[in-house]
Design a protein around this ligand. Structure first.
Ligand code: SF4
Length: 266
């Protein structure tokens, strides 16, 4: 296969890093194919952000959806909600549709992991997909990503006021503060997430957050918010010139450093 036939693909998650990567690459690789793995469980802010990216960069995004959605797979997995250790949702709703999209074509997958991060991202086990890391290669860090977003006029997604990761509204990688804010910003989604926990009437107990139900978590919302506020104040005292969005992101990372779903949250 010639170089010409190799496909160049870039997955947008609706988050800041993959967006900044699209900003960086769209002129260099006009043939780039942009895709978004749509679980149909995303926040409306994510879809709005994708529309903004399309309008600003003049690109087309292919929305990939699994043939069967989350609820079907939840049933197949016997009602077991996915968790950081048993992440069937990523496999069924994101990786399989992506691998079907690529098929057997030779493809270079551009991944928006920054030079100041220590993770690898989704690396396909398929030999025809090669992952590359332009931010790492160019030494670009968090501040560079923010600059790219600002200069492009795209900015940050609007959910950044209260949450730093895109992905399903019930994603178990959410921090406790983000669950509390979900209840405030999207009470209908929070109620739906609670319903998923409660739908098991045979005595089994499933929770999105380890050790407590969402109802229990929300009952102690005041202490969660107070703790978060304290961390934010501490952070701003340490670095007073830091923009609020960046301070918020760092505080949330300190509150919970579990690695998010890499294909979902870049
Ligand atoms: S965003 Fe979270 S819940 Fe959704 S597929 Fe990814 S890991 Fe699973």
């Amino acid at each position: 296969m010639t170089e010409k036939e190799v496909r160049h693909i870039l997955g947008l998650s609706g988050g800041k890093d993959s967006t900044a990567l699209a900003i960086l690459m769209h002129k260099k690789f006009p043939q780039m194919e942009y895709f978004f793995c749509d679980t149909h469980k995303e926040l409306p802010e994510t879809y709005e952000y994708l529309d903004r990216i399309k309008a600003r960069l003049g690109i087309t995004i292919t929305y990939l959806s699994a043939e069967r959605g989350f609820d079907h797979w939840l049933e197949v997995y016997g009602g077991y909600l996915p968790s950081p250790k048993v992440r069937w949702c990523t496999r069924k709703l994101k990786i399989v549709p992506l691998e079907q999209f690529i098929g057997n074509d030779e493809a270079i997958s551009y991944i928006g992991i920054r030079a100041d991060e220590k993770r690898d991202g989704y690396i396909s086990t398929k030999p025809n997909i090669k992952a590359v890391y332009p931010f790492k290669e160019a030494g670009l860090v968090h501040a560079d990503i923010i600059r790219l977003l600002e200069e492009s006029g795209i900015g940050l997604p609007s959910y950044y006021r209260w949450r730093t990761r895109s992905g399903c509204f019930f994603c178990f990688f959410q921090r406790k503060y983000e669950w509390v804010k979900l209840a405030e910003e999207h009470p209908d989604f929070f109620a739906e997430a609670v319903k998923y926990e409660q739908e098991h009437s045979d005595g089994r107990k499933f929770t999105w957050v380890q050790g407590e139900t969402l109802t229990e978590l929300l009952a102690r919302k005041d202490s969660i918010l107070t703790e978060h506020e304290k961390s934010l104040v501490r952070q701003q005292q340490l670095k007073p010139n830091k923009p609020l969005a960046q301070a918020l992101s760092e505080v949330l990372d300190n509150e919970d450093d579990s690695l998010p779903c890499l294909i979902c949250h870049l």
